[in-house]
Design a protein around this ligand. Structure first.
Ligand code: 9D3
Length: 255
């Protein structure tokens, strides 16, 4: 997977991706990063990359010249990559988008700072505008990191083969995960559910499935509409009462 990133803070990206699964993928050449800092294309002696917004108002805007030059240099190196501007105005990133980018093999991300980037860069260079979610970040770098992490995990061979098989059976069914336990079997008076110690693999699989179904119904009923459910799943869901969110009002604010 080849990822180009236009950012005023390239060190934030480089340093964060040197750990764990993604760090290994980078070392193995399964993830290739190319960073472009608009400041390197700034022409004046102060290497200015921002300016005040036309029409007034608070904050600054990334100026089009240096940013465009940085993106153009990435496009020369990754000619087939779509250019994605990371912004709160974008459509929401999800697992499906991660899969699409992985299949394309390359992507160019623009991480903005300040109030955002000049609209003319979006009009001329950007193919897609994508958000990480409905909350305010200080810039696009942390969104870029989250997206790079999720796309890199999907590159064949990055996760061990047994892991990617697991990923297929759990990740793609569209349900929240079941609870996990490890040793000790009793911790501060809390015991591991007996079924997990039973050795009855069919009973264990059924329990995990039902836990996942119940949790998804309680916390994310929206996911159930698109989940891949068997008739046994539907019978179990029907056997459940009203979901927790309906009982409690769901949000922390209201508790
Ligand atoms: C507080 C400033 N806001 C005034 C209405 C606008 C605003 C400008 C710039 C809000 C956030 C940002 C910087 N955000 C990103 O670059 C960003 C982002 C985000 O803030 N939330 C979710 N996804 C993303 S992707 C890039």
């Amino acid at each position: 997977m080849k990822v180009g990133i236009a950012t005023l803070f390239p060190e934030m990206i480089e340093e964060a991706l040197d750990h764990g699964v993604v760090g290994r993928a980078k070392q193995n050449g399964q993830l290739e990063l190319t960073l472009a800092n608009p400041r390197d294309w700034a022409a004046d002696k102060h290497r200015t990359v921002d300016d005040r917004p036309f029409g007034g108002g608070p904050g600054m805007v990334m100026t089009p010249g240096p940013l465009s030059a940085a993106v153009q240099s990435l496009k020369t190196q990754l000619p087939d990559a779509p250019v994605v501007y990371l912004s709160p105005q974008g459509s929401m990133f999800d697992q499906k988008m991660a899969q699409q980018w992985q299949k394309l093999g390359s992507v160019i991300l623009i991480a903005g700072r300040y109030e955002g980037i000049d609209e003319r860069v979006i009009e001329t260079l950007v193919d897609e505008e994508v958000s990480l979610g409905d909350f305010v970040l200080s810039g696009g770098e942390f969104a870029a990191l989250a997206m790079i992490d999720s796309v890199t995990r999907l590159v064949p061979g990055v996760l061990g083969d047994p892991n990617s098989a697991l990923e297929d059976s759990f990740g793609d069914d569209g349900l929240l995960d079941c609870p996990h336990y490890t040793r000790p079997d009793s911790y501060q008076g809390q015991d591991v559910p007996a079924v997990l110690m039973s050795g009855d693999h069919k009973a264990i699989a059924r329990w995990r499935r039902q836990q996942a179904l119940q949790k998804t119904r309680d916390r994310r009923p929206d996911l159930l509409e698109r989940a891949k459910l068997t008739s046994e799943d539907n019978e179990f869901l029907t056997s459940l009462g009203v979901c927790d969110s309906a009982k409690t009002g769901a949000s922390i604010k209201e508790q």
